[in-house]
Design a protein around this ligand. Structure first.
Ligand SMILES: Cc1cc2nc3c(=O)[nH]c(=O)nc-3n(C[C@H](O)[C@H](O)[C@H](O)COP(=O)(O)O)c2cc1C
Ligand SMILES: CCCCCCC(=O)C(=O)O
Length: 374
């Protein structure tokens, strides 16, 4: 029945959840670009785990609570947003859609959420700033040419970005084997126009990997956070924390927030799934600074689980890129709306009218004692 209706074109192939956008993107994009967006490091064990670890967490719903009004709004570093779902920094949006990060930023503005612009964006800091009134953070890599990184942080501050997100898990690029096989190009990094040459000599493998490894400063250390502080007055978040040891160091270094992230499983394969280490980090931080999480968030129930385990908000990476590739700005809007709608229904069905009502006791992880052996 389904098949015959589908073949007659009577059933819609419109996406009904964010996972549906992945296949639409695959059909639209050249293989090299799709693989770049979708792929992870080496055997992609962590890539699968980022999703599967969410599936091992169950929700403990409460009933007979007034859920006739659901309020998903929350505040991140003083910025009020409609729901705790932010746009993660991801490179090279113009490979997905010709308007690139400007389209993504407009979609973030429409969803009343925060867009984190990647250092490796294909639209400039200034172009994105002028395209919409979304609250924007700027993600920073530290290059060997530290003057360039400092300059970009200052440009971001001048153009109204509200925080710097320092990505700490990329002293060099992870081995993304699909990119190596495809001889991935190095997409243009618009912010570097006029600042440095892009040329890399790489006949073999991923040009992007070669470029990254030539430019990134692998000597970066905790002590350098002080240097970064001296270059900007914006709050600094550290992205890429996965252990309580590093969470404690981040607090000691005086940063303003932590993003628990394994870079969408693109860096170290066999790094843990982010949701599996969130609580460890939250306990170490002891409420002193906000903790956010990304990696494998594909459902409103995933957002709910992350909040129950102590995250203030989550970031979405690939679904935004797939939405952009499939349907441009409208695709990103739909992705964000779908996740918000799913979070809303998850809150209603769990007896949580507001974000603050979501507590640790609303989830059961594999490490919690079972109340019953059945
Ligand atoms: C194609 C792609 C490009 C990315 N580029 C960046 C980047 O430039 N800077 C950064 O800090 N993280 C980057 N990330 C990591 C994301 O910020 C985020 O941590 C990750 O995508 C979250 O996992 P998810 O894709 O499963 O949602 C990238 C991820 C992808 C998939
Ligand atoms: C500026 C060179 C490194 C870019 C890394 C982009 C990225 O984070 C990713 O592809 O993942």
């Amino acid at each position: 029945m389904f098949w015959s209706l589908f073949c007659q074109g009577k059933m819609s192939s419109e996406p009904v959840n964010v996972n549906d956008f992945k296949e639409l993107a695959r059909l639209k994009l050249p293989k090299m670009y799709y693989d770049f967006y979708a792929g992870g490091a080496e055997d992609e064990h962590t890539l699968r785990e980022n999703i599967q670890a969410f599936c091992r967490i169950m929700i403990r719903p409460r009933v007979l609570v007034d859920v006739s009004q659901i309020d998903m709004s929350t505040t991140i570093l003083g910025h009020r947003i409609s729901a705790p779902i932010l746009v993660a920094p991801t490179a090279a949006h113009k490979l997905a859609f010709h308007e690139g990060e400007q389209a993504t930023a407009r979609a973030a503005a429409a969803a009343k959420t925060i867009m984190i612009l990647s250092y490796s964006s294909t639209c400039s800091i200034e172009e994105v700033a002028s395209s919409c009134n979304a609250v924007r953070f700027f993600q920073l890599y530290i290059y060997k040419r530290r003057d360039i990184s400092a300059l970009l942080a200052q440009r971001a501050e001048r153009f109204g970005y509200k925080a710097i997100v320092l990505t700490a898990d990329t002293p060099r690029l992870g081995r993304r084997e699909a990119d190596i096989k495809n001889k991935m190009i190095r997409p243009p990094i618009k912010n570097l126009d006029g600042l440095m040459s892009f040329d890399v000599n790489a006949d073999q493998g991923s040009k992007f990997e070669t470029y990254a490894n030539v430019t990134l400063d692998a000597s970066l250390r905790w002590e350098d956070i002080m240097w970064l502080r001296s270059t900007t007055s914006l709050p600094i978040l550290i992205k890429g924390i996965l252990t309580h040891e590093d969470a404690t160091k981040a607090v000691e270094a005086g940063v303003d927030g932590i993003i628990v992230s394994n870079h969408g499983a693109r860096q170290l394969d066999f790094a843990p799934a982010t949701i599996s280490v969130l609580e460890e980090v939250v306990h170490a931080v002891k409420g002193k600074i906000p903790v956010l999480l990304d990696g494998g968030v594909r459902r409103g129930t995933d957002v709910f689980k992350a909040l129950a385990l102590g995250a203030q908000a989550v970031l979405i990476g690939r679904p935004v890129l797939f939405g952009l590739a499939a349907k441009g700005e409208g695709g990103v809007r739909t992705v964000l709306e779908m996740l918000k709608n799913e979070l809303e229904i998850s809150m209603a069905l769990s007896g949580c009218p507001c974000i603050k009502d979501i507590t640790r006791s609303h989830v059961r992880t594999p490490y919690d004692k079972l109340p019953s052996m059945l």
